[in-house]
Design a protein around this ligand. Structure first.
Ligand code: NAD
Length: 293
């Protein structure tokens, strides 16, 4: 079994990007700029946004954090999005999800200018991605592709089973891995809450991507010997022995599955840091007008 070290790969990629950013700054006289809107004070969202701001500092980007109150109206939030859409200094921005219940998330996603949608959630980017056109790839699937590439994990002709069909992880990674491309050309099964005989389906996977949101859901009996296991889940579970009384675990029952797999991502330190990397790379592409002129 080989551990896929997302933390180490993201550090390597950040160091390379840092140099590219220096060159960009010299050449253009400006600084790549990523902004984030954070609504309310959900601790997990605060931590994710904090990581993104720190990552910007590490690679030499400018970052702006727009903090908004939990009870902000839809109209006010859309107004903040409009300001960022129109600010020529901002290359890209994200609205950290989840949003409070009274906010219409779809309307928010649609309000973001797709040319600044560095999270890759806007239907224009999603559609372009699905058709193999240049697009901002959703940050987590982008990060997974980078990990597979970095570890030379062959996907062509392999059977990939993705569990979970969210718009931000499961569905886009299933599309990307099945496309005719590098880190693609796989035969993909997209499994979800209505899949029958899920264990039998997952057992067919040469590569298994778990994006469910249930701690330890993928157990050892579901994994074929030698499979590659990509655990996207981030779940906080109680643990009295941990300093905070809780710890983060993935959707995979790590220790037993580890023994059966050829490669596996840990949680934390697997896909999570690569999601931030995907976001940084999309922002750099935006600054360079690589996707849209
Ligand atoms: P989601 O919560 O929107 O959807 C969960 C999916 O799991 C659904 O499509 C559902 O069909 C499927 N599912 C639920 N119960 C199931 C069952 N019993 N059997 C089979 N499938 C079932 O998913 P999401 O937003 O993709 O998040 C999934 C997990 O990934 C969460 O833990 C989330 O925190 C984590 N996540 C991590 C990153 C990262 O950077 N590592 C990024 C995004 C999400």
């Amino acid at each position: 079994m080989k551990l896929i070290d997302g933390k180490a790969v993201s550090e390597e990629l950040k160091n390379a990007l840092k140099q590219d950013v220096l060159d960009y700054r010299k050449k253009s006289g400006r600084v790549p700029h990523l902004a984030a809107i954070l609504v309310g004070d959900n601790p997990a969202s605060k931590a994710y946004v904090g990581n993104k701001v720190r990552a910007c500092e590490q690679v030499g980007y400018k970052s702006t954090l727009v903090k908004l109150d939990d009870n902000i109206t839809q109209a006010r939030l859309l107004e903040e999005i409009r300001k960022l859409n129109e600010d020529p200094d901002v290359d890209g921005f994200i609205v950290q999800l989840p949003l409070p219940k009274h906010i219409n998330e779809t309307e928010v996603t649609l309000a973001i200018d797709h040319k600044k949608d560095v999270d890759g959630f806007h239907p224009v980017n999603f559609g372009r991605m699905a058709q193999g056109m240049p697009a901002f790839l959703p940050a987590t699937p982008y990060g997974i592709l980078l990990l597979l590439e970095r570890y030379n994990i062959e996907t062509a002709g392999k059977h990939v089973v993705v569990v979970g069909r969210s718009n931000i992880v499961g569905t886009p990674i299933s599309i990307l891995l099945s496309r005719k491309s590098k880190s693609g050309d796989a035969t993909v099964t997209l499994a979800h809450s209505r899949t029958k005989n899920l264990a039998d389906v997952v057992r067919l996977g040469d590569i298994v991507v778990a994006a469910i949101g249930i701690p330890g859901f993928i157990t050892e009996d579901m994994i074929k010997i030698g499979a590659v296991v990509i655990d996207v889940g981030i779940n906080r579970v109680e643990d009295e022995s941990a300093p905070k009384g809780s710890r983060l675990v993935g959707d995979v029952d790590f220790e037993p599955v580890r023994g059966k797999s050829s490669y596996i991502t840990p949680v934390p330190g697997g896909v999570g840091p690569m999601t931030v990397m995907g976001l940084l790379l999309n922002t750099f592409k935006s600054a360079n007008k690589e996707i849209y002129s």
